[in-house]
Design a protein around this ligand. Sequence first.
Ligand SMILES: [Mn+2]
Length: 307
Amino acid sequence: MKLLDKILSLVRGRRAPEVDLEKVMEKSLKGKSLSFEETMAFLNPLEGRLSKEPQLVKVDGKVVFVGDTHGDFESSKQVFEKFPTEEYTIIFLGDYVDRGKQQLENVNFLLAKYLQSKGKVILLRGNHESPVVNINYGFMDLLYHTFSSEWPFLFIRYNEVFANLPYAAKVGRLLAVHGGIAEGLEDLKQIEDLPKKDMIPSNKIAFQILWNDPSDRVEEFDDNVSRGGDTRYYGRKALERFLRRNKLGGLVRAHEAYPEGFAWLFKGRTGIEGMDHILLSIFTCRYYGIPPTVAVFDGSRMEVMRL
Ligand SMILES: [Mn+2]
């Protein structure tokens, strides 16, 4: 990580200039581009707010789960048009940057919605909200081309903000994360205790929550051969045990683009109407040739919908 260390050393000590935050919020909500100064000023209060978020956010009432958006600003906007925050809490399951065509518009829009919403918008962390990933998959290049010599400051500031995003949300008997359960994760308390500001993340449980995939060829855990590194597959037995132990009915996650935009895995009783599998995987980015899909939970019933 020599490049990352170099960038970190450049950025330390730099302070944000004075900018009218209201105007910056307005521009972000309209998908307009921000200057370097505006972006720096915007990211400051965000880091402050997010640093106080618990790692496991607890929500009740009507909820919409949104999968990976990866720069799909249009889908993110549509979510708010179809599901007003007066009625729904919107839980985004991570992966806002990299790959797609409107990464800055998308991430700034979602961060502005979060700042504005008073608890009705929850942004969970995805594996792309990490500098070791978004240094390679488009976001760093985009900053470089958009901001020229000032890009390293923004690259680090965005990733400092991302390092404060919570890892999980609990909605009644449902748990929502980006990737899934982790080997060694037994109790929800372990999620609550995960360190904040873990930029890489180097915590093994945090890392796996962001990266792991479910597999019906595995019972417990196994090496995730499609992603490599320290990522794992988790199977039905491991998930059933985790849910039972924590009095949960099911898991909602994103991270994989199934052809229909969603997939049900591991048939079983959840105690939740409309949900006869213990795992729901959803994806909400249109750049993968799949229909952007969300899941709506009205407090008792789960329904999968195309955007
Ligand atoms: Mn992902």
